[in-house]
Structure formats: C-alpha cells, structure tokens
Write a protein that binds this ligand. Structure first.
Ligand code: NDP
Ligand code: 2IT
Length: 444
C-alpha cells in the first residue's frame, strides 16, 4: 500500500466517526500524492504524514454557565492545537450546536495549510463549543463566554495560541472573551483577533474574509481572461463572510442574486441589498424571512435550493458540505464558470470532482477564504508594534496577499503538471512550507 493510502486508512481507523476530519484528510493527502511519491522513503522514515494528521495537543473541557432564569447549563469546549511548525497556533472558535471533536479537527487541519498559504508566520488550530448562541440574551452569551475563557485562558497567549471568530463567534463574543482573559491573566495582549477597534482590533478584519474571497476570485478570473463585471453571482450564507463577499462582488460590478441562512434562501433578481442584509443579520440578528419587507420583488424559499438559479459564479459562504453533487450538477447544467469557497469545505468531494471535470474554475477554501486569517495575522503585527494601520493599508495588504496566494497555488499546480487544478495547487503549496519546517525542526 502506498504511504498516502496507509495514512488515510490509519486516520479512519484511529478516529472513528470523525467524518468531516476523514474528508479533509482525504482531500489534502490525495492531492499530495505526487509530492509524497517523490520523497516517499524519507517522509515515511520520519513519519511526516502521521505527525501531520495527529494534532500536537487537543483540549476538551466542561463549560458551565447560567441562563437568565437561573438554570445551569453544561456545554463542551474544545481547542485543537494542530500544528505549530511555522508559527503559534491560529484559528477561530466556532459556536454551533453541531460542533464536535471531528468538526474542530477538520477545521484545524485545513487551517494548517491555509495559514501557510498566507505567507505569514502562523500555525494551525481551531476551537469552539456545541453552545447554541441563537435566541440567547447578551447576558447569557457573556455568561457562556466568561466560563469558556476561564478554562481556555490556561492554554492560549499572544505567542502560543491566538483564537478568533468563526460561525457564531463575532465581535460581541470576542469582546466578552477578551475581557475575561485580561481579567484572569492581568495581561492586555493580542491573544484574540477580530477585536473591537477601540481595544486593539484591526481595520478591515470584519470585511477581510469576504473581500479577500473576491480579490482572489477576481484574480483567477482575470488570469483566465474573464471579467467579473456584469457577471451574475450566487452566494450562500448571510453571516460575516457572505455579507462582505456580496458587498465586494457588487463593488466589482457583479450582480449577486442569492443569500441564505440555516432555514432558507432569498432570490433577488435586482441584486441583493447589502444594507438590508446587514440590518437584518448584524443589527437585528433576525431570520432572512425579513428580507422581503425591504425588497418586495424578492422571493423567500424555505430549505435548500440556493444553487438552483442560473448563475456565472457560485460562492458558498455558509458551512461545510452545503454544496453537494446534485447542486454541482445543477450549477454545471446552468453554465457556471467558477466556484470559490468562502466557507471551510462547503463542497463535498464528489461535487468538487464533478465541477473540476466539467471545466469549472474551482478555488478551494484554504486559498479562497484565507483573507480572514491573513488579516488576523496583520492584527497580531499591529498589536506587537502597539500601533494601528489605516483601513487602506490593511485592505491593500490583504489584496496583495490574496493575489500572491493565487499565483503561488497556480504555480504549484503547474510545477506538477496539474495546470488549473487549484485544489492540488493549494494543498501542495501549503504543505511544502509546513513540511520543510517540520523536517528542519526534528522529531517533535
Ligand atoms: P456566521 O456565523 O457569521 O454566519 C454563518 C452563516 O451560515 C449564517 O448565515 C448561518 O445561518 C449559515 N449557517 C451556519 N450553519 C449552517 C448550517 N448548518 N446550515 C445552513 N446554514 C448555516 O459565520 P461566518 O460567516 O464567519 O462563517 C461562514 C463560513 O466561513 C464557515 O465555514 C467558517 O468556518 C468560514 N470562515 C470564516 C472566516 C471568518 O473570518 N469569519 C474565515 C474563513 C472561513 P444562520 O444565520 O441561520 O445561523
Ligand atoms: O476559518 C478561518 O480561517 C477563520 N475562522 C478565521 C481564523 C482567524 O484566526 O482569523
């Protein structure tokens, strides 16, 4: 059996039921085959792949908190410190009832390669909890965040592990988490990113993932002779990533016709009204059903279907495995040109394969959504120099990073004769730097 197949089998045998983690490992290792085969004996002797798929440390803890009626609840907290070969662990905290160890491990594993692609010195990590923030009061959110940080603060620090936001964790949660860290550790340091602007946050971090997604998509299209202006775009999700992806797509002259949330989706033939979306989601924390009140011409549909409309570019920005083979077929049949992942692993493996085989330009999340963590790393730099950059400086640095990522993954794919296979290019380019650092640092 080849070394890659052996390690994939081990991961499945040793991590039962962690399906999303298996999926992420398969996707990465399959496309590393040509790289591993070149150095198989050396990598095997050094157990490089086994070390890569085993987190350096995983922390699981109890999170007790009290609701507004005095009832005590218990949730489970996680932090997986996956790989620190190229820098301190860096990655978000997800608060969603679906969270389990397998999901945090898939996200942490992806984060290793994504962070490497940014070109910045950050290792891979991820955390979160099965806590459901929906419908909770601000006091309940604070109670949870303070309890979560009371335990998490033992393991993190500005030079060891720097969490940030992800699904369910936005600026409100980061504020409560930061306050509790500072209180317990008596340290005002850049231990979290995505902070508010009044206490060390970076300008452009809020916009970074969505804007970055459009900067790299635009670069990919340009390099393939396609102009984004005038194109129709379908977006899923209506959270942080989706909102700023829609905003930048419209700034670049495209028309965005859809958005979604966990219960349904909207179709707006005149183009999504971002100001309305921000008010519904960021201010009122309400459902997308509200959108029709702002835009009477739009349609609201319950359940799945966001990929059913004819579109040129699809940007899945909600959650993992939200774009399956049936969706991919619909997109291809409707003439889609490009798919770029704003979310982490939103496309199933068979859907990705179908899109790529059909000649659709496909940008994987670890490249396409790297703008968020890249700007987090810029926030860390600003915190270290006790200084704040202008919006323009942060945003133009982000844009350059995204353009560089595209060319690096494009080059990596070409070096292995896999022209335009950006999945392989991203995995190879991300892996090369981490593997080099791991080999240089000995058996640790
Ligand atoms: P938010 O919590 O701000 O928004 C998530 C959006 O996705 C919401 O519209 C939510 O609907 C929807 N959603 C969440 N879970 C599901 C589900 N199970 N089924 C259907 N819809 C769902 O999160 P973000 O925008 O920050 O994150 C979105 C994706 O982008 C995630 O995959 C995340 O890991 C990834 N990402 C985020 C980065 C960041 O900087 N924030 C950086 C890179 C990647 P509802 O409103 O109903 O909950
Ligand atoms: O998936 C991701 O890259 C994030 N949620 C952002 C991580 C970060 O540290 O900014």
């Amino acid at each position: 059996m080849s070394y890659v197949d052996e390690v994939i089998k081990q991961v499945i045998d040793q991590n039962p039921m962690e399906y999303e983690f298996h999926q992420a490992v398969k996707e990465v290792l399959e496309s590393l085959r040509p790289v591993i085969e070149k150095n198989e004996e050396k990598y095997r002797r050094e157990a490089l792949l086994e070390r890569l798929v085993n987190p350096e440390r995983q922390i699981k803890f109890r999170v007790p908190w009290i609701d507004d009626n005095g009832q005590v609840h218990i949730n489970t907290g996680y932090r997986v410190q996956f790989n620190s070969a190229i820098g301190p662990y860096k990655g978000g905290l997800r608060l969603h009832p679906s969270v389990n160890l397998g999901i945090i491990k898939f996200l942490g594993f992806e984060q290793i390669f994504k962070n490497s692609l940014t070109g910045l010195p950050i290792g891979g990590g991820k955390g979160g909890s099965d806590f459901n923030p929906k419908g909770k009061s601000d006091r309940e959110i604070m109670s949870f965040c303070q309890s979560f940080m009371t335990e998490l603060c033992k393991y993190i620090g500005a030079d060891t592990d720097i969490p940030a936001g992800d699904i369910g964790t936005g600026s409100r949660e980061i504020g409560f988490l930061f306050g509790q860290y500072k209180r317990i550790r008596s340290l005002f340091e850049g231990v979290l990113t995505g902070k508010g602007l009044s206490y060390g946050g970076s300008l452009a971090r809020t916009e970074a993932t969505g804007y970055g997604l459009l900067y790299i998509t635009d670069e990919m299209l340009k390099c393939n002779g396609i102009d984004i202006a005038g194109k129709t775009v379908s977006v899923s999700g209506s959270g942080n990533v989706a909102i700023y992806a829609i905003e930048m797509a419209e700034k670049l002259g495209a028309k965005v016709i859809t958005a979604s949330d966990s219960t349904g989706w909207v179709y707006d033939p005149d183009g999504i009204d971002v100001a309305a979306l921000k008010e519904i989601k960021e201010v009122n924390r309400a459902r997308l059903t509200e959108y029709k009140k702002y835009r009477p011409n739009s349609e609201y549909h319950e359940g799945k279907g966001v990929w059913s409309k004819k579109t040129d570019i699809a940007l899945p920005c909600a959650t993992q495995n939200e774009l399956d083979l049936e969706d991919a077929r619909m997109l291809v049949d409707n003439g889609v040109i490009a798919v770029a992942e704003g979310a982490n692993m939103p496309t199933t493996l068979d859907a990705t394969e179908h899109l790529q085989k059909s000649g659709v330009l496909f940008l994987p999340g670890k490249a396409a959504n790297a703008g968020g963590v890249a700007t987090s790393a810029l926030e860390m730099s600003q915190n270290s120099e006790r200084y704040s950059w202008s919006f323009d400086k942060a945003n133009s640095t982000l844009k350059n990073i995204m353009i560089d990522i595209f060319h690096n993954i494009d080059d990596a794919a070409s070096r292995y004769g896999l022209e335009k296979d950006y999945v392989a290019g991203a995995n190879i380019a991300g892996f090369e730097k981490v593997a080099d650092a791991m080999m240089a640092q000995g058996i640790v």
